[in-house]
Design a protein around this ligand. Structure first.
Ligand SMILES: Nc1ncnc2c1ncn2[C@@H]1O[C@H](COP(=O)(O)OP(=O)(O)OP(=O)(O)O)[C@@H](O)[C@H]1O
Ligand SMILES: [Mg+2]
Length: 330
């Protein structure tokens, strides 16, 4: 059965577009038919993310000016080109591998198109352009992806907050991923969103989860990572004082009570993460489906583009593998 997942947030800049695009790409690489739709109608960004110039937009479909096949562009070749094939490259495995698909529908970022969608005004000259008609067209778009494209997943990138089109995205989805980012947690806002908006959908069977992004602590400075000093875990002061190794005596790397600085930092980070997950769940009533680490190479790259394909061994990708497993189980 098709799953329709909306990436939403209370605040902007939490990582929705980055996560939705990587999620869709990895699904396609795994053999699913995944369709990614930009419904961030107030500030669309998938077009610049995919660095493409579509002739037709989701907007055109909503205004009855385009057919689905003109609006959903096929990015499957990108999966093959960047993502390569599965780890087992034998001809037999390739032949048996389920072929995934990545289709992307873009939203027009032109100012007049944004105004038009926001107001639902009949700028095309057609009369039936009321907001409710546009919503019906969006529901039809999703239905056609299911019936004609046999979509396994429809993934919707949304606008943050409580706005007409973000609520529409939540209404057509069956799984809502409320994205929060570390360091800019708005617990009160997220709780309000969970209670007032998500609650009205979950009553009717929609599933909702927190997706905690940009979790800190993974970029350990290289001088700490490379440190070969050993630290005892036996005493409370162990994180600050190195084990005495004796003058000229080599450190005992196999000692069970000894750990490198980096592994101690990682343990501390994991404990903080576990506490934070509990706190978030208590505060919002929603389970954390995944905690995506923050990586500087993603945040500060000149152009992050489908890291999950470019770097299959990256811990970011590994976390997406786990997110997919969690979503498959929903
Ligand atoms: N896990 C991560 N680690 C490091 N950087 C990240 C991570 N996730 C997202 N980012 C970075 O955070 C920035 C904001 O991400 P993005 O544009 O996806 O957020 P958004 O929620 O879609 O924003 P908006 O609400 O404006 O649409 C981008 O520069 C992106 O590369
Ligand atoms: Mg975005």
């Amino acid at each position: 059965m098709t799953k329709c997942i909306a990436f939403h947030s209370y605040k902007g800049g939490t990582g929705k577009t980055t996560l939705a695009a990587n999620f869709a790409a990895l699904l396609a690489k795994k053999g699913y038919r995944a369709f990614l739709l930009d419904l961030d109608v107030y500030a669309p960004s998938l077009q610049s993310y995919f660095n493409t110039d579509p002739k037709k937009w989701i907007n055109d479909f909503l205004y009855d000016n385009a057919e689905l096949k003109e609006v959903v562009l096929d990015f499957t070749p990108v999966i093959d080109r960047i993502g390569g094939s599965s780890t087992n490259n034998s001809a037999e495995t390739k032949a048996n591998a389920k072929r995934g698909q990545l289709g992307v529908g873009f939203c027009n970022a032109k100012k007049e198109e944004i105004y038009k969608l926001e107001g639902g005004s009949p700028a095309t000259g057609k009369q039936d352009t009321s907001k409710i008609h546009l919503l019906r067209r969006f529901i039809l778009l999703r239905e056609l992806l299911i019936s004609e494209y046999h979509a396994d997943y429809v993934i919707i990138d949304t606008s943050p907050g409580i706005r007409y089109w973000s609520i529409n995205a939540l209404a057509v989805a069956d799984t809502l991923l409320l994205t929060l980012k570390m360091g800019d947690l708005d617990i009160a806002g997220t709780r309000k969103l969970a209670e007032e908006i998500y609650g009205s959908f979950t009553k009717f069977g929609t599933k909702s989860f927190l997706l905690w992004n940009r979790v800190a602590g993974y970029c350990i400075p290289h001088n700490v990572q490379d440190d070969r000093m050993l630290y005892s875990t036996a005493s409370p002061s162990s994180t600050t004082a190195p084990l005495p190794t004796g003058s000229g005596t080599p450190a005992n790397l196999d000692h069970p009570a000894s750990k490198s600085k980096s592994s101690l930092l990682m343990e501390k980070q994991q404990a903080t993460e576990t506490d934070m997950k509990k706190f978030l769940t208590n505060e919002t009533g929603m389970e954390v489906i995944s905690a995506i680490p923050c990586y500087c190479d993603i945040q500060f790259s000149r152009k992050e583009f489908l890291t999950v394909l470019e770097h299959p061994e990256h811990p970011f990708t590994k976390q997406f593998e786990r997110l997919i497993q969690a979503v498959e189980a929903v």
